[in-house]
Design a protein around this ligand. Structure first.
Ligand SMILES: [Zn+2]
Ligand SMILES: [Zn+2]
Length: 375
C-alpha cells in the first residue's frame, strides 16, 4: 500500500519550502491525517502564518516553540490567514488574534461549523442555508445545536447530550464522542472559543490581492471541500498555497452537507480552474509535501471522482432503489463507514440527480432513496 504523505507525523524541524517561506508541521488528531502544514511568510513587518492548526493549548505551544527555533517571537505575527473553516486550519487563529492583536484573513463567507451565532452570510449563500443550518432543533430541547455544544464545552457537572448533526439524506450525522467532549472540556477558555467561532478582521474575495511575506498573492476562491475555501497564488514565481483543495496523495473530502445543488460539480469546476493556472511551479499543500505538477494531480483527483460516479451508476443498476447509507457501504471499505463516507456518497448521488441520471424519493423513515433513471 502507498504511504500517504498526509498521514506522516509532524516533523520537529522548520523547513524552507520556497524562497522566504517556512513550513511548520503541527500535530493534529484527525483520522487519516498526521499533521497540518502551517506556512510562515516573513517580511519587513514580521510574519504572516497560513493555517495555524488546532485550537488546543498544546498545538499553540508547539507553534510558538517552532517559531522561536527560527528566531521569530510570537509578537512578530502580524497576520493569520486561514484557508477554510475546518478546525485543523482555523483553530489556532482566535488565540493569536487575542494574544497578539494580529489580523485574521479569511474568505468573505467564512463561518465555522460550530459557531453558535447565526451565519450572517447565509442569506447570500444558498450552499450554507440548508444542511449546515446550526439552528436545526432536535429532541425536546429546541435550542440551536451549536448553542448546546457551547454549553457542553463551557459547562460543569455531568456531560449533557450533544445531538448529532442533522443530514439532508435522513441518517444521523456527525456527533462528537464522549471522550472527545471530555478532552475539549479540559481545554482553556481561549481554545474553546477558538473552536466555536472566529471573526476574521479581513474578509477577502476571489481575485483580491494580498501583500504578505514580501509577495503579492492572488486569492483564488475554490469551493467544494468547504464553501469558503481559498487558495493563494504568487504569479511572480508560481508558488501556490493549495490548502485542502489539492492534496498530494489523498483526495480531499467533498461535503454533501453544504446544502448546495451540486457540490461535486462546484469542486470539479474549481479544480479545472486551478489546473488552468499555468504559471504554477510549486504547490504547497496543507497536508503532505510540496509538489510541482498541479495539473497532473488535478487530473488524478477528477479521475477518481469520474470512477466513483461510474461505480455508483453500476451499483444503482444492482441495488435498484437504495438509501445513501446503502450506497456508501458498497462504495467504501467498512473501516470508513459513517457520516463522512455518507456525506461524500451523497455529494456524488446529488450530482447524478442533478444530471438527470438518478431519481430520488423520500421513504417512510424520511430517508432519501436513489434509483437510476433508465437512459
Ligand atoms: Zn479541510
Ligand atoms: Zn485539512
Amino acid at each position: 500500500m502507498v504511504e500517504r504523505q498526509e498521514r506522516l507525523p509532524a516533523r520537529d524541524e522548520v523547513d524552507e519550502v520556497a524562497p522566504g517561506i517556512g513550513r511548520i508541521q503541527l500535530p493534529i488528531m484527525i483520522p487519516g491525517l498526521g499533521h497540518v502544514n502551517c506556512y510562515v511568510l516573513e517580511d519587513e513587518r514580521g510574519v504572516a502564518l497560513v493555517d495555524p492548526g488546532m485550537p488546543d493549548p498544546w498545538t499553540h505551544q508547539v507553534l510558538i516553540e517552532r517559531l522561536r527555533s527560527i528566531d521569530i517571537a510570537p509578537e512578530h505575527i502580524h497576520t493569520v490567514l486561514v484557508t477554510h473553516s475546518h478546525p485543523d486550519h482555523f483553530g489556532g487563529a482566535g488565540r493569536l488574534r487575542v494574544e497578539h492583536r494580529c489580523e485574521v484573513v479569511a474568505h468573505r463567507r467564512f463561518h465555522t461549523p460550530f459557531d453558535p451565532s447565526p451565519d450572517p452570510f447565509a442569506d447570500d449563500l444558498t450552499e450554507l442555508t440548508v444542511a449546515t443550518d446550526p439552528l436545526e432543533p432536535g429532541g425536546d430541547d429546541d435550542r440551536p445545536r451549536n448553542e448546546r455544544l457551547a454549553e457542553v464545552l463551557f459547562g460543569e457537572g455531568p456531560m449533557p447530550e450533544v445531538p448529532p448533526r442533522p443530514t439532508p439524506w435522513g441518517e444521523e450525522g456527525f456527533k462528537p464522542g464522549p471522550g472527545e467532549l471530555e478532552a475539549m472540556r479540559a481545554w482553556d477558555d481561549l481554545s474553546k472559543q477558538g473552536l466555536l467561532r472566529l471573526d476574521p478582521t479581513v474578509r477577502v474575495d476571489d481575485l483580491e490581492v494580498l501583500r504578505l511575506g514580501g509577495r503579492e498573492w492572488q486569492v483564488v476562491h475554490t469551493p467544494g471541500h468547504t464553501g469558503d475555501h481559498i487558495c493563494l497564488l504568487d504569479p511572480a514565481d508560481g508558488t501556490f498555497l493549495s490548502g485542502d483543495h489539492v492534496l498530494p496523495t489523498i483526495t480531499p473530502h467533498i461535503s454533501g452537507m453544504t446544502g448546495d445543488d451540486d457540490p461535486l460539480a462546484e469542486f470539479v469546476a474549481a479544480l479545472h480552474r486551478v489546473a488552468a493556472l499555468d504559471v504554477v511551479t510549486r504547490v504547497l499543500p496543507a497536508h503532505g509535501l510540496p509538489f510541482d505538477d498541479l495539473a497532473g494531480r488535478v487530473d488524478d483527483i477528477i479521475g477518481h471522482h469520474v470512477e466513483r460516479i461510474a461505480q455508483l451508476e453500476r451499483l444503482g443498476q444492482e441495488l435498484g432503489d437504495a438509501t445513501v447509507r446503502d450506497y456508501s457501504r458498497r462504495l467504501f471499505q467498512e473501516r470508513s463507514w459513517g457520516p463522512m463516507a455518507e456525506s461524500e456518497t451523497y455529494a456524488h448521488l446529488l450530482h447524478l440527480q442533478h444530471e438527470g441520471r438518478m431519481a430520488v424519493r423520500t421513504d417512510e423513515d424520511a430517508r432519501l432513496r436513489y434509483r437510476p433513471v433508465p437512459a
